[in-house]
Design a protein around this ligand. Structure first.
Ligand code: ARG
Length: 465
């Protein structure tokens, strides 16, 4: 045996030379997976309790392990714990600190367990807890949107298709469209939680263990809905992380769409809304500038979250069963996507209640661009004209309006009548923006009455979570 063999390695028994210094750094994960220390200690406590219940540990040994692990938790919390690259990862750092603290009893903790089921347990606990925090942040943002929608149900803006003025809509209705996207995101997140919240503990290295373990017990101790069903799958599966990343990618796509609209609306050309100063920054050279940095950054951060989804999918795609070291690469994408999503949701939930609507400007914008042309067509149809003919008549009226530099509502009754005899005095009510939006009075329509009932349903939905 080489004299240079490193005695500190927990797996060093069959090795005859020390790990290459570069390889030691290259393979270590402690710099990032130490973030899992709470989950790792909780998992170890549940495992130790189960070992004692199965008479594999004595009551006294259990008590020593529990006290040792809690002391280590405190030491880490106090920032006094010394993390070591030589001990590779969070699991071996904590286990060897335990043995250093309580002696040989510490070496019994790993009975009937492997780092493979240990890390799978830690990461599932982490994902489950973060899902719950993200869910709360989504609800918080949704509530902010619902409140804006309620206050602005009567505020009229131009609705767009192809970014061209299409039909007038309520600003509140627009906010509720964002709310709907987030509701689906919330549903996907809860769906992901169901599959993530299962306990792989007891799968051991890959085949299970010969000790009389109780997997239901450890699952219950850790707040899991139950144990996973196949040991090989348990140590290698990272679907739950991929699902979280795919939920997060779609959520970020939605936030990015909101961002794009906020950036447009705050521009001098639109000027529909203003963001509070505390959410914007200035330019070092152009004194007039107030930049919508928060929406821009949220839009920009979408890229890294989409990237993490691709990282995780690619990480998994060629792995044979069961555990492979490749899986160590799951952590940084997961951590970063969780941090990113939480930051973006928090920023938006703080910013949205403080948005100022420039109602007059939105209203004036809705009056340009012939936003009520469809209403004129519908008016003619209701008086007996086939829709295609009405479309043609209104097209001609719009062309005339463009020529005269007048909105449809600004044309005289005589002028309008030249396009169809069916047009009478009552057309002017139809051509107002208020008449236009309030006529769309059905489930999902933009009538303020409908927006307010959508707001009530949304409030009840959030309260029921
Ligand atoms: N640090 C490893 C990871 O993150 C822990 C599991 C290591 N297991 C092993 N057999 N090398 O996946």
């Amino acid at each position: 045996m080489s004299k240079n063999k490193d005695q500190s390695k927990l797996w060093g028994g069959r090795f005859t030379e020390a790990t290459d210094a570069f390889v030691e750094r290259f393979t270590a994960s402690v710099d990032f997976d130490r973030r899992l220390y709470q989950q790792d200690i909780d998992g170890s406590l549940a495992h130790a309790k189960m070992l004692a219940k199965a008479d594999i540990l004595s009551a006294q040994e259990l008590q020593q392990i529990q006290a040792g692990l809690e002391a280590i938790r405190q030491e880490i919390l106090d920032g006094k714990f010394e993390w070591s690259i030589a001990l590779e990862d969070v699991h071996m750092n904590i286990e060897s600190a335990l043995t250093a603290r309580i002696g040989d009893v510490g070496k019994k903790l790993h009975t009937g367990r492997s780092r493979n089921d240990q890390v799978a347990t830690d990461i599932r606990l982490y994902v489950r807890d973060e899902i719950d925090q993200i869910a709360q942040l989504i609800s918080r943002l949704q509530l902010a949107l619902v409140n804006v929608a309620e206050a602005e149900a009567d505020t009229i803006m131009p609705g767009f298709t192809h970014l061209q003025t299409a039909q007038p809509v309520s600003f509140g209705h627009h906010m509720m469209a964002w709310y709907e996207m987030l509701s689906r995101d919330y549903g996907r997140l809860q769906d992901c939680r169901k599959r993530a919240n299962l306990s792989p503990l007891g799968a051991a290295a890959l085949a299970g263990t010969s000790y009389p373990i109780d997997r239901n017990f450890t699952a219950e101790q850790l707040g899991f809905d139950g144990p996973t069903r196949n040991s090989l799958d348990s140590v290698s599966d990272r679907d739950f992380a991929i699902e979280l990343a795919s939920f997060a990618s779609l959520l970020m796509t939605h936030l990015s769409r909101f961002s794009e609209e906020l950036v447009l609306w705050t521009s001098a050309q639109f000027n529909f809304i203003e963001l509070p100063d505390r959410f914007c920054t200035g330019s070092s050279i152009m004194p007039q500038k107030k930049n919508p940095d928060v929406p821009e950054l949220v839009r920009g951060k979408t890229g890294r979250v989409h990237g993490h989804l691709i990282s995780l999918l690619t990480l998994m795609k060629s792995q044979p069963l069961a555990y492979n070291k490749d899986n160590q690469e799951d952590k940084e994408p997961i951590f970063d996507l969780v941090d990113t999503v939480k930051g973006c949701l928090y920023a938006y939930s703080e910013m949205m209640p403080a948005v100022i609507c420039n109602k007059d400007i939105m209203y004036a914008a809705a009056k340009q661009g012939y936003a009520t042309a469809t209403d004129l067509a519908d008016y003619l149809v209701k008086k007996g004209m086939p829709f295609r003919d009405a479309h043609e008549v209104v097209g001609k009226s719009v062309a005339f309006g463009i020529e005269q530099k007048k909105d449809l509502a600004e044309l005289t009754l005589q002028e309008l009548k030249t396009f169809s005899d069916l047009i009478e005095e009552d057309i002017f009510q139809v051509l107002t923006l208020e008449g236009s939006i309030s006529s769309r009075d059905h489930i999902g329509g933009t009538a303020p009455k409908q927006v307010l009932s959508a707001v009530q349903l949304a409030k009840a939905d959030i309260a029921n979570r």
